[in-house]
Ligand binder design. Structure first.
Ligand code: PLP
Length: 390
C-alpha cells in the first residue's frame, strides 16, 4: 500500500491557514469579516415550512422515507427542469443529478476521467485546483486579469482534449462570461473533444442578459457538464444541496458520461435527505423565488457599496455588479499580505488575500459581500479611511 502522495502537493492551503491564524489574536465580535463566501441570511420561510413538513413525515411510519434515490427525487428534478425551461434551455430530468452541494459535485465528476489536463483560470475557486492535484492531473492555467478583462478565451490553446473549468459569474473575479465568449468555448470544446465543467453557483447573481446556464448555448449538450448549488442564492451553505446536469449527448471516446455518472452515483452516493430536497424544492415556488431574489439583491447591494468606496478612492473595479465578490488590485502596489495586515491591524477589517486563489495573484484582494448590511456600513467607513490614509 502507498499513500496518495499528491496530498503533499496541495500546498496545505497556506494562505487560508495564515488568515485564520492571524484572526485568532482578535476579539471575533469586533472584526468586520468580509473574507468568507458564507451567507449570513437565514433560510426563507417557504423553505423552512417545507423542511418542517417533510421532517414531520419522517416521524410517522406511514410517511417515513429511507434511502433517497441516488440521483435525486423526481419532484426536485422536475422543478429544476422547469427552471431551465424558463431560461430557454431544454433539459431532461434524467440528465439531472441532485448532490449534497457543488464542492463534492465537482470532485465526483473527476472520477469520470482518467488522467486529464485541466484548464483552469488564474485566479480560480481553489477546489478546482485541489481536486485535480489530488488526482494527479496536469493543470494548464489561463490568466484572468486586466489584459483580457478577466475573461480568458480558448485562443492559443492546442487542438487537444482538456477538461475546461468555467465559473460564471466567477469566484473570485466577479466577471460574467457573455454569450459570445461561451459560444467560443463551446465551439472549441466540440472541435477538440474537450469537456467543459460549467460552475453556475453564482448564476442567480447575473443581472444583465449574459447566460445563467451553459445550456443556453447551442452545442453545449454535447460537450458540457453543469454544476450548481442552492448555497449562495437560497442560504443553503449549511443545508447542503446542489445539482449536476449531464446530457446523454456528452460522450468521451464513444462512452456516455451520463451513463458512467449514473454508475458512479449508484456505487458511491446514497443521495440527499428527503427533508433537504423538499426544502430545496420550495425555492422554485412563487414565494420561494421571491425570497431567493431578495437574498441575491441584499448581497448585490452590499457588493455595490463595497465597490463604490473602492472606486471613490481610485481603486479600479468591474463596472457591472453580477457577483457577491469584489476583486481588485491592491492599492499603492502593496502585496496582498501587506494589504491584509494593514486592514486588519489598523481597522479590524478582514478580506481575502488574492494568492488564496492562485499564487501569482499576490497583488490582488477579494472582499466578500456576504455580510450584514448594517455592519457593512461601518466597515465601509473604515475602508474609506484606510484607503485615504495609505
Ligand atoms: N463553486 C464555487 C465557484 C464556489 O465559490 C463555491 C463555494 O464557495 C462552491 C462551488 C461550493 O458550493 P457548495 O456550498 O454547493 O459546495
Amino acid at each position: 500500500m502507498i499513500l496518495n502522495e499528491n496530498f503533499d502537493k496541495l500546498g496545505k492551503g497556506y494562505i487560508f491557514a495564515r488568515v485564520s491564524q492571524r484572526l485568532k489574536a482578535y476579539d471575533q465580535n469586533k472584526l468586520f469579516k468580509l473574507g468568507i463566501g458564507d451567507g449570513i441570511l437565514p433560510l426563507s420561510r417557504p423553505c423552512v415550512n417545507a423542511l418542517i413538513k417533510a421532517s414531520s413525515q419522517m416521524s410517522k411510519k406511514s410517511t417515513f422515507k429511507g434511502y433517497p434515490p441516488a440521483y435525486g427525487y423526481e419532484f426536485l428534478k422536475q422543478s429544476i427542469k422547469d427552471y431551465y425551461i424558463k431560461m430557454g434551455a431544454q433539459i431532461e430530468t434524467d440528465s439531472i443529478f441532485i448532490t449534497d452541494g457543488a464542492k463534492s459535485g465537482l470532485a465526483s465528476i473527476l472520477e469520470l476521467f482518467g488522467k486529464v489536463t485541466a484548464v483552469i483560470n488564474l485566479p480560480s475557486y481553489p477546489a478546482y485546483v485541489s481536486a485535480n492535484i489530488l488526482r494527479g492531473n496536469k493543470i494548464q492555467f489561463l490568466n484572468a486579469d486586466e489584459s483580457n478583462n478577466f475573461l480568458p478565451t480558448p485562443d492559443g490553446l492546442p487542438n487537444q482534449s482538456h477538461l475546461i473549468y468555467i465559473c460564471s459569474p466567477d469566484n473570485p473575479t466577479g466577471q460574467v462570461y457573455p454569450k459570445t465568449l461561451l459560444e467560443k468555448w463551446v465551439d472549441y470544446a466540440n472541435r477538440t473533444g474537450s469537456v467543459i465543467i460549467f460552475d453556475g453557483a453564482y448564476s442567480r447573481y447575473v443581472t444583465n442578459d449574459a447566460p445563467k446556464s451553459i445550456f443556453e448555448i447551442q452545442g453545449a449538450k454535447t460537450c458540457a457538464i453543469e454544476v450548481n448549488s442552492f448555497s449562495k442564492f437560497a442560504c443553503f451553505t449549511g443545508m447542503r444541496c446542489g445539482w449536476i446536469i449531464i446530457d446523454e449527448a456528452v460522450n468521451f471516446n464513444g462512452k456516455s458520461l451520463q451513463s458512467n455518472f449514473r454508475s458512479r452515483q449508484d456505487a458511491l452516493f446514497n443521495g440527499v435527505s428527503y427533508p433537504v430536497q423538499w426544502c430545496a424544492n420550495a425555492v422554485f415556488t412563487e414565494k420561494g423565488e421571491r425570497e431567493a431574489q431578495k437574498t441575491v439583491d441584499y448581497y448585490l447591494k452590499n457588493a455595490r457599496k463595497i465597490k463604490a468606496v473602492l472606486k471613490n478612492n481610485g481603486v479600479s473595479v468591474l463596472d457591472k455588479t453580477n457577483s457577491p465578490y469584489v476583486w481588485f488590485r491592491c492599492p499603492n502596489n502593496l502585496t496582498d499580505q501587506e494589504f491584509f495586515d494593514y486592514l486588519l491591524d489598523n481597522f479590524m477589517l478582514v478580506g481575502t488575500p488574492g494568492s488564496g486563489f492562485g499564487e501569482s495573484c499576490n497583488h490582488y484582494f477579494r472582499l466578500s459581500a456576504f455580510c450584514d448590511k448594517s455592519k457593512l456600513n461601518l466597515a465601509m467607513e473604515r475602508l474609506d479611511v484606510a484607503l485615504k490614509q495609505l
